[in-house]
Write a new protein. Structure first.
Length: 182
């Protein structure tokens, strides 16, 4: 199919250690700020994004995924859908997903409300403080503004408290592996 649409393409090869990849994340973040128009960054990142990206091997630690998840959070890049194997690298025992195609997302992520937030000790305070704020405009506009601020407060609470929940579970499971019930 012929198309006249132009886009940027970055071919990625991430180095093998967390420390060696730090420069790559900085450069990609800078590119995200500078490039105008559609952008695809694809290749071998040599990094995993979550605990689901590894099968067998050592438990996934937060340090392994921090730079990648920070990059995605800071830029809003999203992974393109793909067809094929779930894991892109293996040594016949450990399987990792380290190859990806990411694209610039034009629209912000939709807000998702998680019921577990209601049980957090700060939840009611965030709702109360937000709802008691004075807003200007019609009644409907004031409600809209309060909901928008509430969304931001709840997103921040979720990020601070629950964003690394899978990694925390993996760490806890790993600490229990040495115990045996008699």
């Amino acid at each position: 199919m012929e198309s006249k649409e132009e886009f940027w393409l970055s071919a990625i090869y991430g180095l093998h250690t967390i420390e060696q990849r730090k420069n790559m994340w900085e450069e990609l973040t800078q590119l995200h700020r500078e490039l105008k128009g559609p952008w695809i960054a694809m290749g071998d990142y040599n990094a995993i994004q979550s605990w689901e990206d590894r099968y067998n091997g050592n438990p996934v630690m937060k340090a392994e995924i921090k730079d990648f998840t920070d990059f995605l959070d800071n830029t809003g890049m999203i992974e393109l859908r793909y067809v094929g194997r779930e894991f892109t690298w293996t040594n016949s025992h450990v399987h990792n997903k380290i190859d990806r195609a990411l694209e610039q997302q034009n629209n912000p992520k939709p807000f998702k409300f998680f019921n577990n937030l209601t049980e957090h000790k700060e939840f009611e305070g965030i709702v109360k403080t937000t709802w008691e704020m004075n807003m200007q405009g019609s009644a409907m506009k004031r409600v809209w503004l309060k909901l928008k601020r509430l969304k931001n407060g709840l997103k921040q609470l979720h990020k601070e408290e629950y964003s690394a929940i899978h990694e925390k579970i993996t760490i806890i499971r790993g600490s229990y592996r040495g115990f045996r019930c008699k």
